[in-house]
Every structure is written in C-alpha cells, then in structure tokens.
Design a protein around this ligand. Sequence first.
Ligand code: FAD
Length: 185
Amino acid sequence: MDARYDFFAAAMAWSGDENKLNGGGPIWAVFDQDAVEREEWDPRPPNVDLDGYFFRGDTLAELAGAIRNPHQTLAMSGATLEETVARYNAFVDRGEDEDFAKPTPRYKIQRPPFYAAWSTPILHDSLTGLRTNPKAQVIDTRGQIIPGLYCAGESQGGFAQHGLGRCLVFGRIAGRDAALNGGIA
Ligand SMILES: Cc1cc2nc3c(=O)[nH]c(=O)nc-3n(C[C@H](O)[C@H](O)[C@H](O)COP(=O)(O)OP(=O)(O)OC[C@H]3O[C@@H](n4cnc5c(N)ncnc54)[C@H](O)[C@@H]3O)c2cc1C
C-alpha cells in the first residue's frame, strides 16, 4: 500500500476543536544544531520570524514549551516531543523509518540547541473531482453525460495526471468538443 502521504494525514488530523476546522496544524519542522551546520543555515532574523513562527530551546522540552502560535490548537508537550525525537533517532540507528517510511533516515536530532520552524504543507493536486469521460464531459451519478457541462483541471477527477499539463490537455479537449458538438454529443 502507498504510505507516502500517511504523515500528512497524521499532521492534519482534526483535534476535536470545532472552532479550528483547518486541520490539526500547525506543523513544526524540528531540527538541531548539527542540521544548521550541515545545511549552512543561518537561523536568525530576517531569515526566520521570531514572532510566533520560529523557536529555539536548549533542550527539547524547553523548545516544546517555547512554541506559541495563534493557529496552535494544542500546546506541544515536552514529553511527547522527547519521545518522538527518541523514536525517530532509533529509526536512524536502524536505517528504517517504521512510522512513515522516510527513505533511509540519516541524521539524528540530538545536538542542542534545538529549533522549530513553521512548516506549511501544500497540496499540489486535488486528486479528486467531478467524474468525466475522455472528452472532459461531466458524468452524473448514474453514469450519464450531462449535456453541455465540461470539466478540466483541478476540479476534474480521475486520469491521475498532475498539474498544468492535465489542465491544458483537458481544457483543449473540452473546448474543441464544445465547439464541434455544441456540448451536446
Ligand atoms: C504550490 C503549488 C505548486 C505547483 N507546482 C506545479 C508545477 O510546478 N507544475 C505543474 O504542472 N503544476 C503545478 N501545480 C499544480 C497547478 O498549479 C494546478 O494544477 C493548476 O493551477 C490548476 O488549475 P485550475 O485552473 O484547474 O485551478 P485553479 O488554478 O485553482 O483555478 C481555479 C480558480 O477558480 C476560482 N474560484 C474558486 N471558487 C470560485 C467561485 N465560487 N467562483 C468564482 N471563482 C472561483 C479560484 O479563485 C481560482 O482562480 C502546483 C500547485 C501548487 C498549489
């Protein structure tokens, strides 16, 4: 089974707060001083926003306690962060990420100070939408063509294609068919 997006489902799981229906976030990228040096980052303003979007701590518990953001649903627990990092570090030792199948986890999060950066997930494709036939005509729930209605792009389901190519190809097909057949065929 394809588990590449399991991390995303876990990160966006609803917390139970009906006032915050935008998923479980925010998501924090947690890393250590070794990562900063390895990647040659400079985690200081103006590269980072210290006003709620970037935090630092000398221990993982201190880091968790420092994280305060208006979009935060729950305060981060220091014990949970410590446990999570310890589990991830064990995956590095084993060379296998048992939780999310990250390919060959290589670097432990272990050398202070520790950092947390706001991490915004993005969806490139909706991967679902209205059912259409290969002419981009919309199909109803009984499998019948809806005359004159076409769909292309992100709102079109199926065909498992990505991005602008899908939009352009099916947009052209839809336009051509509508011009030739008046959308009725
Ligand atoms: C961050 C990101 C990076 C991407 N990178 C790439 C890439 O490198 N290459 C690639 O091929 N694809 C990429 N994609 C995918 C690509 O951008 C989309 O597939 C494409 O833009 C979708 O076009 P669309 O016209 O179907 O929908 P959209 O571009 O989403 O257009 C829908 C429009 O409808 C409007 N709208 C919504 N509701 C209403 C309403 N009720 N009334 C009136 N208007 C409304 C919206 O405001 C919007 O302007 C990327 C997508 C994202 C999010």
